[in-house]
Design a protein around this ligand. Structure first.
Ligand code: HEC
Ligand code: HEC
Ligand code: HEC
Ligand code: HEC
Ligand code: HEC
Length: 279
């Protein structure tokens, strides 16, 4: 009987799982980016325009901003629901920023980055040949940032690459260590260890680390890297402690199994002794 019921039950559960998955898949685009895009008049109208007025839509699609629901109006202002008044200053439309206004334009949301940039050599050279945010990140096709952005092609247009490379090497070492510790935390978490403290620690280091670049201050990157490395060492030590406990647990487990086997053997031998038929 049981043997025959099993396939029926399995089919039932498979159907339930399939239904749930379908519900999730159907629900998601309805409330997410797709619906927002369809109703956004900036994207509808500009998407049909040729040349430099249509290009932003094509570049923006697939950007990290599009992925995170930051649309045309999030940056340029205006009313994305009213085609007739979309670009009216009365609806908060800002237009396209002039070059020297770009850092403040992006910095409304990236406050920490703006602060570091403005005090840097780059910020001080704003409007006098220094790079703005879009020189390095682009304006509409902005991708997830990484140290890959620091390369000879991007960074030797205005000056030598040597100092840029020093920063990249120092930051690369810290980044590799952050990635390694991240992987180890994921590993012990899988074994059921509470990693809350470790994760918070790494998160803090990571935030400090990523704001570091925009200072383009080789001395500050060097001193800050030493501090960050010592924070990472503390996390490393904590992880070593956890590994040690795990090893000991395994050892105790092995002893317990060996002990149980020994006890079973003894019990068996004893029973054998007492079960001997009397002679
Ligand atoms: C009905 C079509 C239409 C809609 C809707 C529309 N635009 Fe435009 N937009 C245009 C045209 C045409 C131009 C170029 C001529 C001009 O500047 O008026 C333009 C120009 C622009 C510019 C460049 C301005 C400059 O100073 O060079 C920006 C930025 C812009 N639009 C953003 C937006 C945003 C953001 C929205 C939604 C809130 C929006 N547009 C809605 C048609 C539209
Ligand atoms: C992350 C912020 C951001 C988003 C999102 C954004 N823009 Fe822009 N846009 C800019 C910046 C900055 C400039 C000025 C670019 C420059 O000078 O390099 C600009 C310039 C423009 C221009 C003027 C182009 C020219 O060559 O004169 C138009 C038109 C425009 N954007 C339309 C749009 C439309 C349409 C969208 C939505 C698909 C959009 N933008 C989304 C930041 C943004
Ligand atoms: C000289 C080139 C350059 C300029 C100018 C620049 N950036 Fe960056 N930005 C980078 C690089 C390189 C990284 C990657 C750093 C890293 O991986 O830690 C980065 C990282 C970022 C990040 C991700 C930081 C994080 O916490 O993960 C943001 C956001 C950002 N930049 C925004 C901006 C804004 C806004 C401006 C203008 C105020 C700007 N950038 C100016 C090169 C630049
Ligand atoms: C309306 C708010 C807003 C504005 C204005 C804005 N951004 Fe962003 N940006 C975001 C959000 C939200 C994200 C995605 C979450 C994150 O990574 O911080 C993001 C992500 C980024 C990233 C990737 C960060 C990473 O983790 O690697 C870069 C680089 C970036 N933005 C650069 C810019 C630049 C350059 C401008 C100006 C042209 C700009 N942003 C304007 C909100 C904004
Ligand atoms: C559009 C021109 C331009 C680009 C592109 C540019 N820089 Fe700069 N950079 C400057 C200017 C201007 C200065 C200040 C004067 C000088 O040192 O030449 C500067 C200075 C520096 C300094 C020295 C800071 C100090 O304290 O002396 C470093 C480091 C630096 N940039 C790194 C970078 C990196 C890394 C990149 C590429 C991601 C980059 N730069 C791309 C214009 C640029």
């Amino acid at each position: 009987m049981r043997q025959r019921n099993l396939p029926v039950q399995t089919t039932y559960w498979l159907m339930m799982i399939w239904l749930l998955a379908a519900m999730v898949l159907v629900a998601k685009p309805g409330q997410g980016a797709a619906a927002g895009t369809a109703e956004n008049v900036c994207i509808q109208c500009h998407g049909k325009l040729p040349g430099k007025y249509g290009e932003p839509v094509r570049l923006w699609q697939g950007s990290i901003h599009a992925e995170n629901g930051i649309a045309c109006n999030s940056c340029h202002g205006g009313d994305p629901r009213d085609a007739a008044n979309a670009m009216s200053p009365a609806r908060g439309f800002l237009g396209a920023p002039r070059e020297k206004d770009i850092p403040a334009f992006c910095g409304r949301c990236h406050v920490g980055v703006l602060k570091d940039y403005l005090t840097s050599q780059h910020g001080k050279a704003l409007g006098k040949g220094g790079p703005t945010c879009v020189t390095c990140h682009g304006n509409h096709r902005v991708s997830k940032a990484s140290l890959e952005l620091i390369n000879e092609k991007n960074c030797s247009r205005c000056h030598g690459f040597k100092q840029a490379e020093t920063i990249k090497v120092a930051m690369g070492a810290t980044e590799n260590r952050i990635l390694a510790i991240d992987a180890r935390i994921a590993g012990v978490k899988q074994k059921g260890v509470d990693t809350d403290r470790l994760e918070k620690g790494l998160f803090a280091v990571r935030n400090r680390f990523h704001s570091l670049f925009h200072t383009v201050d080789t001395a500050r990157v060097a001193t800050e890297s030493v501090l960050l490395q010592s924070e990472l060492q503390k996390l490393d030590d904590l992880l070593m402690g956890i590994d040690e406990v795990q090893r000991n647990r395994k050892l105790i487990g092995a002893f317990a199994v060996a002990g149980a086997l020994l006890a079973a053997l003894l019990a068996y031998l004893l029973r054998k002794t007492f079960d001997q038929p009397e002679t």
